[in-house]
Design a protein around this ligand. Sequence first.
Ligand code: TYM
Length: 333
Amino acid sequence: MKRIFSGVKPTGHLTLGNYLGAVRQWVEVDQYAADALFSVVDLHALTVEHDPARVTRLSRQAATLLLAAGLDPERCTVFVQSHVDEHARLSYLMECVATDGEMRRMIQYKEKSVRARESGQGVRLALLTYPALMAADILAYATDEVPVGEDQTQHVELARDLAVRFNQRYGQVFTVPKATHPKVAARVMDLQDPTSKMGKSHENGSGIVYLLDDADTVRRKIMRAVTDSGREVVYDPEVSPGVANLADLLAAATGCRDVAELAATYDSYGALKKDTAEAVVELLRPVRERHAELAADPAYVEKVLRAGAERARGMARPVVDRAYRAIGLLPAF
Ligand code: TYM
């Protein structure tokens, strides 16, 4: 059976982008099709300025939301990254295989390091080495597929390169993974700035739909989405990115596969927004309701995470031990 690994970083409340670009695919397809692991990758949340109590809170919330969205701990492994030491252990080896040039070429590093510098906080070294840890996350589990939104493609490509390089130099240890993306909504855009991705760590939340927003908030954000001054509803992400984003959301929320055809059935932006808002409200309603139930039962969530970490450890340890031996480290006596 193929192995799948993916993760979500607790740097903010999970968004509709996280859900449509990744989590929904994990819930609806991946957990049935593969031996799958899904992680709240909390170590990654420390790569930018952070508030410790907030990261703790968001990690618990993200784990609860993954279960609320429908990950079934009987079918897949749900765990918190920092509970499994193998990630940090393997990350160091990845740093010994990667070059600093490779790390500096990463688009997310370029964007986030500029932001960190501008805010006067300095760039954490871990922001640069982030992709080494992400490669370790993936490679520690002999992962075949990594279901992610489009923004993560470059990082997964780097994990592939590092796996191939390690195997060539030190012997066959790692499975070479590949990224997979959902057919629609692999890149959900910000409702107020449809040329940039809907991201959980943006300061201004009015263009972002959070999974835990109540129905009226979701409606308001979608009804106020930026479109353009044109009149006709035409699906053209280049010319009308705001309209295309709404059509993508509507298609993703209703399961429609032909976005352009769907857009063509509308004769006003207002009607498109209204239908999109209702479809998204209905899509998120069960997740929000289930989250409220699970949040009231933290002991259950903790039990799932404890069992998940144990299972994950059992899978990662032999792979990481093999990598340690292959690269020349003396096994512990
Ligand atoms: P993160 O936490 O930013 O996002 C989690 C998942 O959601 C997807 N995503 C989106 N998809 C479509 N449209 C959007 N606007 C949007 N925003 C986010 C992301 O592509 C991702 O799949 N580096 C990763 C976390 C990570 C990871 C890993 C993922 C760490 N190690 C190993 C896979 C495998 C990240 O920052 O995701």
